[in-house]
Write a protein that binds this ligand. Structure first.
Ligand SMILES: [Zn+2]
Length: 53
């Protein structure tokens, strides 16, 4: 699973269908981030099993 965040913004996204999933100027990591926030929209998609990874 990939986690992405926009450079300079401390919110992590992991659903490729999130409307805010960064397409450029992002940082990426492959483990669950230990700092920063998780995106509310991604969390919601996860809950509804709508998260496309
Ligand atoms: Zn998101």
């Amino acid at each position: 699973m990939e986690y992405r965040r926009l450079r300079g913004v401390d919110i992590w996204h992991w659903c490729k269908n999130c409307s805010k999933y960064p397409a450029k100027k992002f940082e990426e990591r492959h483990t669950k981030p230990t700092s920063g926030k998780l995106c509310d929209e991604c969390l919601g998609k996860e809950k509804n099993k709508k998260c496309r990874k």
